[in-house]
Write a protein that binds this ligand. Structure first.
Ligand SMILES: C[S@@+](CC[C@H](N)C(=O)[O-])C[C@H]1O[C@@H](n2cnc3c(N)ncnc32)[C@H](O)[C@@H]1O
Length: 248
């Protein structure tokens, strides 16, 4: 994905310019953000894998962050995942499997583009499979799963990637559950964020925030959680049944 270098900074994209990457120093337009197909973002998550859970656990750089009610709500999210009925479940962009590991029974497959995330995820899925793959081109036949789960991925996707992701998710499973960061007062709904890792490296990441209702509306589904920190929604369509084996 190429970042435009001469266009005006769009309203609503806090931070305005996207800096810190070799050769990418210009402003961005609303039409050109990328996440799932962005090589720099892929590098960022590979680098971040070992420290990723510090965000969930309020450790390291996140220890000082004021997040009232964060841990109680996170427990609620974990409970929501753990309470899902056993099913053939694909967790797309599973990351470290912080949430994936709470899925019960059935078949659990975690897919992520980051090798470092997948290596970590596999240690947490002794009865499941973690694999490297692209969320926008899933290596599974139609209807291979009953459910797709995705956490903190959908909210990073600009419009074109969202469309591609939803088409793939709906192709492989009848049910889709999206968990993401909730829109809160004083938070810009759409941002370029500067992320700093423990080694001091700086990375620019595209991110949207939605309320549970907004998320449900976008998915044409129902609200599962409309929290301060987390939002979740579910959508379901008639399932197709095939074996869950990688096809490409
Ligand atoms: C914010 S993390 C979310 C991790 C985990 N799902 C969670 O809720 O904590 C976003 C994840 O998306 C992954 N990712 C980004 N683009 C991807 C793509 N095209 N295909 C698969 N995974 C991707 C990253 O490697 C990263 O692990």
């Amino acid at each position: 994905m190429i970042v435009a270098r001469t266009s005006p900074v769009p309203v609503g994209l806090a931070g305005g310019t996207r800096q810190g990457r070799a050769g990418e120093t210009g402003p961005v337009t609303p039409s050109d953000p990328a996440f799932a197909g962005d090589p720099a973002t892929a590098t960022y998550y590979d680098q971040r894998a070992a420290e990723y859970d510090e965000w969930y656990l309020s450790q390291g750089r996140f220890a000082e962050r004021e997040r009232p009610g964060w841990h109680a709500e996170l427990e609620h999210v974990v409970g929501l995942v753990a309470a899902l009925p056993p099913a053939r479940t694909l967790d797309i962009a599973c990351g470290s499997a912080f949430l994936t590991r709470h899925l019960r029974g059935g078949l659990v497959v975690g897919l992520d583009q980051s090798r470092a995330m997948v290596a970590l995820a596999q240690t947490r899925l002794p009865g499941g499979l973690a694999m490297v793959g692209d969320a926008l081109e899933l290596p599974f036949p139609d209807g291979a799963f009953d459910r797709v789960l995705t956490g903190h991925f959908y909210g990073h996707l600009p419009t074109s990637e969202r469309t591609a992701f939803l088409a793939e998710a709906r192709r492989v499973a009848g049910e889709l559950i999206v968990i993401d960061s909730a829109l809160r007062p004083a938070v810009e709904p759409e941002q370029w964020q500067e992320r700093v890792l423990n080694d001091g490296s700086r990375h620019q990441v595209y991110k949207r925030y939605l309320t549970g209702q907004q998320l449900a509306d976008e998915l044409d589904g129902e609200v599962l959680l409309d929290g301060t920190w987390f939002a979740a929604a579910r959508t379901s369509r008639p399932a197709r049944h095939h074996a869950a084996t990688p096809s490409r």
